[in-house]
Write a protein that binds this ligand. Structure first.
Ligand SMILES: [Fe+2]
Length: 273
């Protein structure tokens, strides 16, 4: 089973960095002690501290406590025409995905992860035609095996956001639409974790699919390395407006769904009311 990417200490750390709030500031705002906040950031679970700091970081207290208890895990996802690959990169794991249209056998890869051998194997075993690779963003772990994947399929085309140009890839604009056989795909700029982070929304399989890169994780989100506020804003605009049964395919951690994220993701308290 793929581990949840972020636990309470990661979530609180991301929100504190996002709002540029120090341990001291948070202690004086919330009434919790600096020692207990520092303890929480080191993984020491203290539900009273979680409940008192959450509102000052715009986090949902209940789902943050659940993250602390490690008691939630998303429902398994089984969709024909969607496969996830979880590969080891340095001391972490990263996901890449293959999506295909069963009627035409046409397939597209989303990111490469650390190792694309299994993805290549799925293409060969199912006699698929891998036409393209669409990148969610260009952080090294997500594109680490691009050379192998490209050279395995000589006519393959690689696409990336024009906001994160890459020598090996053709550039696409936000709102770029394309198809994978009979499946339709729309890209939306969900930036903030990276400058040109794209979310690809695929329709035509048994459930809608959103390949989100590091914009959103099951129960968390990628850090707002470029802009925390824009990461929150673009996720709200382009991801949380999708139907509840949409599958979330993140760059790290397990797959999830919009409905589950509305209930369990502490960064979006507005859906818990
Ligand atoms: Fe990333």
């Amino acid at each position: 089973m793929i581990s949840i990417e972020d636990f309470v200490e990661d979530i609180v750390g991301k929100a504190m960095r996002g709002y540029k709030i120090s341990v001291q500031d948070l202690a004086s705002k919330s009434g919790a002690s600096s020692t207990s906040i520092a303890g929480l950031l080191n993984g020491k679970i203290d539900e009273a501290t979680i409940a008192s700091i959450a509102p000052h970081l715009n986090l949902d207290p209940e789902s943050l406590i659940i993250a602390g208890q490690k008691s939630w895990y998303p429902e398994p996802v089984n969709v024909k025409g969607l496969e996830m690959y979880n590969t080891k990169w340095a001391d972490m794991y990263v996901n890449s995905y293959l999506v295909w249209d069963s009627t035409t056998g046409i397939a597209t890869a989303f990111d490469t992860g650390a190792n694309s051998e299994k993805l290549i194997e799925t293409v060969r075993l199912n006699n698929l035609t891998l036409e393209s690779i669409y990148l969610t963003h260009t952080h090294t772990d997500h594109i680490a095996d691009l050379a192998r994947l490209k050279s395995s399929f000589p006519s393959i085309r690689v696409f990336v956001s024009e906001k994160e140009p890459l020598a090996e890839a053709e550039l696409i604009e936000d709102r770029h639409n394309f198809s994978i056989g009979s499946l339709s795909v729309k890209s939306n700029l969900t930036w903030g974790h990276s400058k040109g982070g794209l979310t690809y929304v695929i329709n035509g399989l048994e459930r809608p699919i959103a390949i989100v890169g590091d914009a959103l994780f099951a129960g968390s989100m990628g850090g707002g390395m470029v802009s925390y506020m824009d990461a929150l804003k673009t996720n709200r605009k382009y991801i949380f407006t999708l139907p509840d049964h949409t599958v979330i395919c993140p760059g790290h951690g397990p797959m999830s769904s919009i409905g589950e994220e509305k209930k369990n993701n502490p960064f979006y308290p507005e859906f818990k009311k």
